[in-house]
Design a protein around this ligand. Structure first.
Ligand code: PLP
Length: 443
């Protein structure tokens, strides 16, 4: 049975971000808490909450009950109408969103949320350029992929993306794009973005992941985001914070911008908002922006926007994050996870850097710690060469622990309900699998 399901899936549905040949998706039959099971009965520890989205753990009962109850009450009503859950969801968002963001557009993915944010920024400012950063991911459609700095954008050059997006450097203290040394750099990477605004015409917005996610869990220096927000404000440019991955307690706060006391003009989010049990994306906007659209055309919308079945689990999920104290728990357990990962670095010469915040960590592998030479480059990945990081992740999967692997690092982000025993289980699998990378150094 399991082979049939995998084979049928691969034959008739697309495996994404890959060539199709050789795709054999694991057939999952059950999931609960921090674990899921394949059709043979093998159990896996989900050490990345799938795509950093199942923050409450799998099959959270309150979320599932909310979906079922909403389906029975009112499964769908078109966007120009309203229903109880639409108003309730907006009020629930207000409880946790950074103060000042008080009007929402409900979409159905992180991609769509960013697509809408770019359009809103352009409509509001009357300007068209968007500044994004190279080491970033913002989604897969024409606008959001255009703002994506990483290799996934390369496949749609030059025709599959909107024009008007320009790229600047990210804050990456391990591999500074401006060749600066942390502590003495004056956060030149933030100043460089201001320099870009000053030398471009018509900049509507800067879009950033407050902590870069898939591309390496890059936590910026403490003054980076406040400085960037000030640079943008001074120049009449909007700051869009993409919290699709960093929202919902992942970094030890409801939203990562809270670490630095910054309120963006637009915040986008998705994933953990419903514990990924229903597809919801959220665009939260400032009062200035919502006031503007009182008398100007809000030129955006979808049939499925503000879909009742996506809003009911969002309300339930927010209540669950609160009831289980998961934001505080993420900060506390995250410190523990960080200590355990850093201890591995003492043992494994292939670990170049360990960094993170809350339950959001990256382990970056290198061939040589002194030169920081990586095993593989983004070009290797784009050209489908075998990657050392994929071999390490595959070994972990064999040992019953799944993580996200990207070019030369692993993203480790277990559900926020994770226990210390489960952290130990995941770290032990990583410890064993890292031998593969260590041996590549010796070879
Ligand atoms: N933005 C960030 C920071 C993401 O990590 C992702 C997905 O991983 C997206 C946007 C796109 O979200 P979605 O996959 O829900 O379209």
């Amino acid at each position: 049975m399991t082979d049939d399901i995998s084979e049928l899936t691969a034959r008739h549905t697309y495996g994404t971000w890959r060539a199709q040949r050789g795709w054999k998706p694991l057939h999952v039959t059950k999931a609960e808490g921090c674990h899921f099971w394949d059709a043979s009965g093998k159990r896996y520890l989900d050490f990345s909450s799938q795509l950093v989205c199942s923050n409450l753990g799998h099959q959270n009962q309150a979320v599932i009950d909310a979906i079922c109850a909403q389906a029975k009450e009112l499964a769908f009503i078109g966007p120009s109408y309203t229903c109880d859950i639409r108003a309730k969801a907006a009020l629930k968002m207000l409880e946790v969103m950074p103060k000042g963001l008080d009007k929402f557009f409900f979409a159905t993915s992180g991609t769509e949320a960013n697509e809408a944010a770019i359009k809103i920024a352009r409509l509001y400012t009357g300007k068209h350029k968007i500044i994004a950063r190279y080491t970033s991911y913002h989604g897969s459609t024409a606008g959001s992929i255009a703002a994506t700095g990483d290799l996934r954008r390369w496949f749609v050059e030059p025709t599959g993306k909107i024009p008007g997006v320009i790229f600047g450097p990210e804050a990456n203290c391990y591999r500074c794009p401006l060749q600066q040394k942390q502590g003495t750099c004056g956060t030149a990477c933030a100043d460089y973005l201001a320099y870009m605004i000053d030398h471009e015409e018509n900049v509507a917005a800067i879009i950033v992941e407050p902590i870069v996610g898939t591309n390496g869990v890059l936590v910026p220096p403490p003054d980076y985001l406040p400085k960037l927000a000030e640079h943008a404000k001074k120049r009449g440019v909007l700051l869009i914070a993409d919290e699709v991955m960093t929202g919902w307690g992942r970094t030890g706060k409801w939203f990562a911008v809270e670490h630095w006391g910054v309120t963006p003009d637009i915040l986008t989010t998705a994933k953990g908002v419903t514990n990924a049990a229903m597809p919801l994306g959220v665009v939260a906007t400032s009062r200035a922006i919502s006031d503007y659209f009182d008398d100007n055309y809000f030129a955006h919308g979808h049939t499925y926007e503000a879909h009742p079945l996506t809003l009911a689990p969002a309300v339930a999920a927010i209540d669950e994050y609160k009831r289980l104290n998961l934001i505080e728990r993420s900060a506390k357990m995250g410190e523990l996870l960080g200590q355990k990962l850093k201890a591995l670095a003492e043992k494994h010469p292939s670990i170049g850097d360990v960094r993170g915040l809350g339950l959001f960590w990256a382990v970056e592998l290198v061939k040589d710690r002194t030169t920081k030479e990586p095993f593989n480059t983004p070009q290797d990945k784009a050209q489908r060469k075998p990657l050392v990081i994929d071999a390490v992740a595959a070994e972990m999967t064999k040992r019953g622990v799944t993580v996200l692997a990207w070019v030369s690092h692993l993203v480790i982000a277990p559900p926020l309900i994770v226990t210390e025993e489960e952290l130990d289980e995941g770290v032990a699998a990583l410890d064993a699998a890292l031998t593969i990378a260590d041996e590549k150094i010796a070879a």
